[in-house]
Structure formats: structure tokens, C-alpha cells
Design a protein around this ligand. Structure first.
Ligand SMILES: Nc1ncnc2c1ncn2[C@@H]1O[C@H](COP(=O)(O)OP(=O)(O)O)[C@@H](O)[C@H]1O
Ligand SMILES: [Mg+2]
Length: 354
């Protein structure tokens, strides 16, 4: 196990700069997820840690050794890719033991380590099969087994579950988590799926345009997003946003761009006149006779909860209720955001207010 440190890391492809000075400390044994939209630089950053991409500026340390000029095989890392990258002409056992064979390990050692990894991953009965005779989930497990047998200082995962169907993805996600709880190997995990990042990681790093938007424990990002970008990215269904201007009369209200009023937290009075984006999560909505009116568009019961899509003026609102609710399309509901858990952002900078 090892720490990973990045200091002002830069990456350019020719004149195109794609990573703009990233500094980050990853603790020994920590599980860190890089999350962000397609093209934000997640894979590039991971591949720079792996040594598969050169570093245009700054420093990367693994286990307190600067690795900028070390080849991938000298970095003591193991990477798992989205497409598994298994050798089709090798059995599962040979795929898993291949890197050890390259290192010149003895046959007995290879067998022992492959068997050990296979038992952790439940692959024992598949060791003689070829990849083409495995399901997607089994192939992904073999790819992980190949990483485990090397007992590296750091695991690097690049969207390892993206090719699996939804149900298997959830199952493998929980297997990866329990694997980390067991091996405690420092892990960097790239995903565009915020639910995957939330459920797996000790620390989430939200990337946007090659910069860190916010880094912290999952629930910290969920409860206290520092920017509109993070607020909108973390959480599913997404946070509701309403734009408007703060008005402080008898009560502090948001005057929406379409001229409606909705209550704001009283402590915002000092921001009167400011253009803001008011944010509240779908599960932080109260049905209240004193609330504002919205028209129900769609009701989606899942059994455990009910999701409601409604429209407040011109503002789409999503609400999630744990209790069974009896709303129908075109019903008028009255609702209030839970002000103690609502968020306010500057509309221009996108930065959280207060
Ligand atoms: N080999 C390359 N040459 C030029 N541009 C690249 C190369 N690899 C990635 N990029 C660009 O770098 C940016 C980040 O890409 P990437 O790290 O793959 O994003 P992500 O993994 O977050 O989807 C993108 O704009 C992408 O087009
Ligand atoms: Mg990628």
C-alpha cells in the first residue's frame, strides 16, 4: 500500500491543455473516485498516475517516490480497464498469472497467487476456461484477478463496470467495495457515474474541464456542494435549481425570473437584490398548504418511493417522497423546500453563498 500525491500536475496534447494544475493527496489505503462528465480528464489523470501518459508539468509521487520518469512496470501499480483487455488465447489462469510469469516468478508461486486471487473472486471453477466462454461479469472479475495477483501498491480502475448491465454493475460494485475492505490497497477509481463514486469512495474528486471542482467525503459533497456544478452533478435525481433575485421585505423571498415568489432562508436577507440560483434536493421538499403551487406532470411510483415531476411557473421541479402519495397528472400541489437543507449559489460565478 502507498500514498499517492499530485502536485500541480499539468497535461497538454500539443497546444491543447487538458489538465490544468491538479494537486491532490491520496492516503495510504484510501479509496478515491475521480468523477466528472465525459472529457473532463479523468482517464488522462489516471493514465498519468499509471505512467501510460507523460506528465507535462508538476509531480506525481507514489509511496513517496517521484514517479514522473518511471515506466509503468516500475511504479508497482495495477490497472483495470473498461474493456477488460484479456488475452483471448490464454485461459483464465494464464491471464491472471501472466504478469507474474513476465517477472520470472516460479510456477509454484504463480499457481499459489492465482489460486488465492481466484478464491477471493469466486473464479476457482473457471480457471481453465477461455475469455470467450465467460460472461461480462466473469471477464471483469478475471481482469480484477490479474490486478490482485500482483499485490501492487495501488489499484487503478478506469470505468471498470461500464460494459456491464445495470444489475451486474450493482453487484460488481459491491464486490469491489468488499474487496477493498479486505485488501485495503490504495485505490483510484475513475467513473462518470456519481452513484458509483458515492457508494464506493472514501473521497470523491469532482473534475470539470481538467480542474478539481471539489474533493471530499461523499456525504460532504452531497450536503455542502461548493459550486452549482457539484450540486448538480452529485445526487440522483439531481438537485432542483430556480434562478431569481433575492427580495427582503416582511419575509425573505426569491423572485423567480417568471415573477413568482418562493420563501428563502431568513439569514439571506443581507443578499437582497442579488441574482442567485436557489437549489433544493428532490427529497427535501415538503407538501404544505402554506406552500407555493406547482402542477403535477408525471408520477413515478417505484414501491419504495414516489418520484414526482411538476412545474412551478416555468421551473421544472422533481420531488421524491418516501411515503405513498396520491397525486395525479394535472393536480395542483402546494410545496415548500426544506429551507434548513436548501442551497444558494451566485448565479454568475456558480459559487455557494454563505
Ligand atoms: N491522445 C490524445 N490526444 C489529444 N487529446 C486527447 C488525447 N487523449 C485525451 N484527449 C483529450 O483530453 C481531454 C480529456 O480526456 P479524458 O481524460 O479521456 O476524459 P474522460 O476520461 O474524463 O472522459 C478530452 O478533451 C480529450 O479529447
Ligand atoms: Mg475516460
Amino acid at each position: 500500500m502507498a500514498t499517492v500525491e499530485m502536485r500541480n500536475v499539468l497535461k497538454s496534447y500539443g497546444s491543447l491543455q487538458v489538465i490544468h494544475g491538479i494537486s491532490l493527496d491520496i492516503d495510504d489505503g484510501e479509496f478515491v473516485a475521480f468523477v466528472g462528465p465525459s472529457g473532463c480528464g479523468k482517464s488522462t489523470l489516471l493514465r498519468m498516475i499509471a505512467g501510460l501518459e507523460g506528465i507535462s508539468g508538476g509531480e506525481i509521487e507514489i509511496g513517496e517516490t517521484v514517479v514522473n520518469d518511471l515506466a509503468p512496470k516500475e511504479r508497482d501499480i495495477a490497472m483495470v480497464f473498461q474493456n477488460y483487455a484479456l488475452y483471448p488465447h490464454m485461459t483464465v489462469a494464464r491471464n491472471m498469472g501472466f504478469s507474474l510469469r513476465l517477472q520470472g516468478a516460479s510456477k509454484a508461486e504463480i499457481t499459489e497467487k492465482v489460486n488465492h486471487a481466484a478464491s477471493i473472486l469466486g473464479l476457482g471453477h473457471l480457471l481453465d476456461r477461455y475469455p470467450r466462454h465467460l460472461s461480462g461479469g466473469q471477464r471483469q472479475r478475471v481482469a480484477m484477478g490479474r490486478a490482485i495477483v500482483r499485490d501492487p501498491q495501488v489499484f487503478l480502475f478506469d470505468e471498470p463496470l461500464s460494459n456491464l448491465d445495470a444489475k451486474l454493475r450493482v453487484q460488481m460494485r459491491s464486490e469491489i467495495k468488499s474487496l477493498h475492505q479486505r485488501l485495503k490497497t490504495t485505490t483510484v477509481y475513475v467513473t462518470h457515474d456519481q452513484v458509483e463514486a458515492m457508494t464506493l469512495a472514501d473521497k470523491i474528486v469532482v473534475l470539470n474541464g481538467g480542474r478539481i471542482e471539489q474533493a471530499g467525503p461523499p456525504l460532504e459533497l452531497y450536503d455542502n456542494p461548493r459550486t452549482l456544478f457539484v450540486a448538480g452533478f452529485i445526487g440522483s435525481p439531481s438537485m432542483n435549481f430556480i434562478q431569481g433575485t433575492v427580495r427582503a421585505g416582511d419575509r425573505v423571498m426569491l423572485e423567480t425570473d417568471d415573477g413568482l415568489l418562493i420563501p428563502l432562508p431568513a439569514k439571506i436577507a443581507s443578499e437582497a437584490g442579488r441574482r442567485v440560483t436557489f437549489g433544493f434536493r428532490p427529497e427535501h421538499i415538503l407538501v404544505d398548504q402554506a406552500g407555493v403551487e406547482a402542477r403535477v406532470l408525471v408520477v413515478e411510483p417505484t414501491g419504495s418511493e414516489t418520484q414526482l415531476n411538476a412545474i412551478f411557473g416555468k421551473n421544472p421541479i422533481t420531488a421524491v417522497f418516501r411515503d405513498r402519495v396520491n397525486f395525479r397528472p394535472d393536480d395542483i400541489i402546494r410545496f415548500l423546500p426544506d429551507l434548513a437543507r436548501a442551497h444558494l449559489f451566485d448565479s454568475t460565478s456558480g459559487v455557494r453563498i454563505g
